[in-house]
Design a protein around this ligand. Sequence first.
Ligand SMILES: [Zn+2]
Length: 222
Amino acid sequence: MLTYIVLLGPPGAGKGTQSKVMANELNLPHISTGDIFRENIKNGTPLGRLADTFISKGQLVPDDVTIAMLRERFTQSDCKNGTILDGFPRTPTQADELEILLNSLGGRVNLVLFITAPVESLIERLAGRWTCKAGGHIFHESFNPPKKKGVCDIDGSELFQRDDDKAETVLNRIEIYKKQTSPLIQYYTERGLLVEINGFESIEKVSAQVMAAVQEAKNSQP
Ligand SMILES: [Zn+2]
């Protein structure tokens, strides 16, 4: 049976970690559109060259190009039992397009996992990183603080905060994600496919929730 699982989740919720666990447990390839773009561009495929004309201008790759790459990827032998899909769809329109693609391959989206956590804990995980000017050594205010504030333990040089690691930047990324994704969350909720996973727990506990949801979805297959 084909199993297509879509992963959703804001930055910092642990989506990357869980996708690796799932890929192992379920023996399904983890497919991210970012990876597919890079792969096609690196290999100079016609679709890759086309995608690159948009990416190099800072534009979004049109859906029909992304869908064509996904179609090509989904028909490779490692996808014969399905895939775990990450980074696509992002909108209800793309979700419709994905459904058409999967139907043509004899499948459909079986489960959508929305891994999330309270905004404060996402910020705590993502923000608060401090980087050493001299050696690039990385510390974290909460999880790996330097012995002396603002000073690298290893070489004694000054620590600074990258823009990406500042709380306000992180909050902004989370807000954008929530705003962009809410129509898609609604789309899959209405179709009875969405399962919300509490990502604010240990990796093992989150994995247990994920695997229970997968099992439940398999049991409810006709
Ligand atoms: Zn250092």
